[in-house]
Ligand binder design. Structure first.
Ligand code: 5GP
Length: 196
């Protein structure tokens, strides 16, 4: 991989493994990274902002966009569609590095585009009990949803082979350092591009 090219980092994980905090930390220290804002048909959570966390659209709109081949990748997860727009990725990568928070299905689809400078990281927790605790503590899902998200943990494990790196998040700071090491081994940053 060339060290001066902009890079695309996929960070997949079960919900509750600490991914959101980590993507924000990466972006704060390396402002050249933009977080890819996906489109989804899921309803916004109380703390989510349209256009910032996701572009929230209807199922009909999403299906039209699939027909128009507007997505690099899309997937149906927990009965809702999620997808990444081609146009915004192609535009953003000209000036910036990109962080994707997408699942294994999207990762598989993006991997088919050999021209993309992809680094694929799977972030997970020690075990399901830890994950359950985090999901309940986060208090954003009903108990039924928590169960559903936990079940998808077993499915996700089957796709770890599709990733370049698997990181176990026991400690957020250690985990951040590991991701940083991966990023720095794939791209050289000027000191002015790093905020200490
Ligand atoms: P949540 O509903 O908790 O925000 O996200 C559920 C799952 O959808 C997470 O695993 C997240 O990584 C995944 N996801 C979010 N956006 C996209 C996307 O654009 N494409 C794909 N394939 N997965 C996505």
């Amino acid at each position: 991989m060339s060290h001066d090219k902009n890079i695309m980092v996929i960070l997949s994980s079960p919900s509750g493994a600490g991914k959101t905090t980590l993507t924000k930390k990466i972006q704060q220290k390396y402002p050249s990274f933009k977080i890819s804002v996906s489109h989804t048909t899921r309803s916004p959570r109380s703390n989510e902002v349209d256009g910032v966390d996701y572009h929230f659209i209807s199922k009909k709109e999403f299906e039209q966009m699939i027909e128009q081949k507007k997505f690099y990748e899309f997937a149906k997860i927990f009965d809702n569609y999620y997808g990444t727009l081609k146009e915004s990725v192609d535009e953003t990568i000209l000036q910036n590095d990109i962080l994707f928070d997408i699942d294994w299905q999207g990762t598989k689809q993006l991997s088919q585009f050999k021209n993309l400078n992809l680094i694929k990281i799977y972030l997970t927790t020690n075990n399901k009990i830890e994950l359950k605790k985090r999901l309940i503590k986060r208090n954003q899902n009903t108990l039924k949803e928590v169960e559903r998200r936990l079940n998808s943990f077993d499915e996700d494990i089957k796709h770890w082979n599709d990733y370049d790196y698997i990181i176990i998040n026991k400690n957020l700071d250690v985990c951040f350092k590991q991701i940083e090491t991966i990023i720095l081994s794939n791209k050289t940053f000027n000191p002015s591009q790093i905020i200490q």
